[in-house]
Write a protein that binds this ligand. Structure first.
Ligand SMILES: CC(C)(COP(=O)(O)OP(=O)(O)OC[C@H]1O[C@@H](n2cnc3c(N)ncnc32)[C@H](O)[C@@H]1OP(=O)(O)O)[C@@H](O)C(=O)NCCC(=O)NCCS
Length: 184
């Protein structure tokens, strides 16, 4: 898969991404609100790359992660993921990570926007959703900047450390995407 934005290319992972991918997955601030535990080993990275290799397009019930590459330098700077729902092939969830050296340059929003365009316009999804820890300000700011609408605030809804964490859920419908696009 290949998606272009003014500054980025979203593409399948390649073997050469391994070192940098494992490096940013091991940054505590990156891993803090994500599904993997630290340390994230080279073996886990290799297994991840292997899993992604046969994924040419989004599939029901499996995450497809795409590497984000900077056009100007060719550097891989992060990834976006999409998972089509098991129960409904017209809905998907997304996730995203940018390596800390590249935070706050608008890359996450740019990559998510390209992914949404693909999901709504090329494969005609009805709804795309995302969720995040309420303390992950960067994540929910990014979702709101990309045009997502907050749908839920679950308070102390999942076990975290010695206590419970809270979550925001966000969604976007195809018609909302199209209306936003037409507004320019
Ligand atoms: C979330 C993440 C991908 C954002 O990447 P990014 O490229 O820095 O985001 P952008 O530059 O596109 O910024 C998008 C918006 O979020 C805001 N934002 C980004 N980081 C922020 C932070 N730490 N605090 C407050 N706002 C922040 C930006 O200011 C921007 O809004 P604005 O244009 O209105 O100012 C990045 O912080 C990250 O990888 N975090 C760790 C992984 C993670 O938690 N992923 C999400 C899992 S749910």
């Amino acid at each position: 898969m290949l998606l272009h934005t003014p500054r980025l290319v979203l593409r399948n992972f390649i073997d050469a991404d391994l070192e940098y991918f494992v490096a940013y997955r091991n940054v505590p601030e990156v891993a803090m609100y994500q599904g993997w535990r630290l340390p994230y080993t080279r073996e886990q990275g290799l297994e991840f790359l292997h899993e992604m290799k046969d994924m040419e397009s989004p599939k029901q019930g499996r995450w497809l992660q795409l590497a984000i590459e900077l056009k100007e330098t060719g550097e891989m700077i992060g990834d976006v993921g999409v998972r089509i729902h098991d129960q409904d092939a017209h809905q998907a969830g997304i996730g995203f990570t940018i390596a800390p050296a590249h935070w706050r340059h608008g890359y996450a929003v740019e990559a998510i926007t390209a992914l949404l365009e693909f999901l709504f316009e090329d494969i005609g999804l009805h709804r795309v959703s995302a969720d995040c820890d309420t303390e992950n300000t960067a994540s929910w700011h990014t979702l709101e900047k990309a045009g997502f609408r907050q749908e839920a605030h679950f308070v102390e809804s999942f076990p975290m450390g010695q206590g419970y964490g809270s979550e925001y859920y966000y969604g976007m419908l195809r018609r909302e995407w199209l209306a936003r696009k037409n507004m320019g």
